[in-house]
Design a protein around this ligand. Sequence first.
Ligand SMILES: NC(=O)c1ccc[n+]([C@@H]2O[C@H](COP(=O)([O-])OP(=O)(O)OC[C@H]3O[C@@H](n4cnc5c(N)ncnc54)[C@H](OP(=O)(O)O)[C@@H]3O)[C@@H](O)[C@H]2O)c1
Length: 328
Amino acid sequence: MKKRKLGKNGPEVSSISIGTSWGIHSLEKWHQSKKRLTQTLHQSIDTGINFINTADFYGSGISELAIGEVIKYRRKDVFISVKTGALVSPGGHFLDLDGRPKAIKNFCAYSLKRLGVNEIDLYQPCRIDSEVPIEETVGAIKDLIDEGKVRYLGLSEANAEQLQRANNVHQVSALEIEYSLATRFIEKEILPIARQLGTAIVPYSVFYYGLLTGEMHLPMSKNDYKNMFPRFQGENLAYNLQKVEWLKEFAANKGASASQIALAWLLNQGNDIIPIVGMTKPERIKENLEALEITFTKEEIERLNEVFKLGSLKGERYPPAFLIWAAS
Ligand SMILES: NC(=O)c1ccc[n+]([C@@H]2O[C@H](COP(=O)([O-])OP(=O)(O)OC[C@H]3O[C@@H](n4cnc5c(N)ncnc54)[C@H](OP(=O)(O)O)[C@@H]3O)[C@@H](O)[C@H]2O)c1
């Protein structure tokens, strides 16, 4: 497995990370999917994908419990990243943020138990709580590092100023943030600051909720959560799908799939980029790992950058209610 360094103070981790958000909020659904999901995790670790991404609110703890079970006899094989600080309803609906130091320490205590570990490798607020100075939130994580409960500090969806302020308190090893051919806003301000500070970028939604894989089933069902995203609506979707058709053709000419090109393009942005891939089926692993071997000519990169330049997709990346929590 090719490895990359997680920021200037971090360890080497696999060049891609596996995501475990899974969208599961009922125990019935969990029992139906458990075998497939834990098998995907085991097989990913077997191939050397050791960087596991979760959050304490994914399935209100189901994701952490599942990871805990999988790593019971292989703790040394994995590096676990946990997001915290979100309050969600039993149905999985986002209610609010809580970045107060005592809340962060409380959340951490439960995550350690669910994961069955003595320390969390990378710990990060999932969003920046505007009610709490960021220095206080990350100060709590610094305390947890000093106590040996956490190894490295991360952030998620922080802007350039927040990253700088957090880094003044403690070295930020990684910034988890949306970044893909579809969403490139971080290149303006955030990426340069991260590079200056020695913070690795851990992109999520690298296929933009499956859009860039070119394998979406259309029309989407009325119950599909993606309907709320402006990029999946009406004329925006029709326009964006044309871009995906272009990507599929570009990929076919290189003997690759659209998802492999989307992933390879990100990996090509620098050794400090360690993308998270959401995989819920073991058969995805091989295809996604093959992206690590794809190289581009200068002309190919220029074409990809031109077709998918900043703002090239129609519609905001999040619905307005989510956008207020996200970085820009
Ligand atoms: N920090 C944050 O705010 C934040 C936000 C969102 C997500 N995340 C993290 O990032 C992870 C991934 O995010 P995501 O699920 O939104 O986006 P994603 O990785 O862009 O997309 C995941 C989707 O792509 C499909 N897929 C994966 N490999 C594929 C392949 N080779 N060919 C075709 N389809 C493929 C998956 O299908 P299958 O399910 O069928 O395998 C899944 O439907 C999450 O699990 C979570 O850990 C973090």
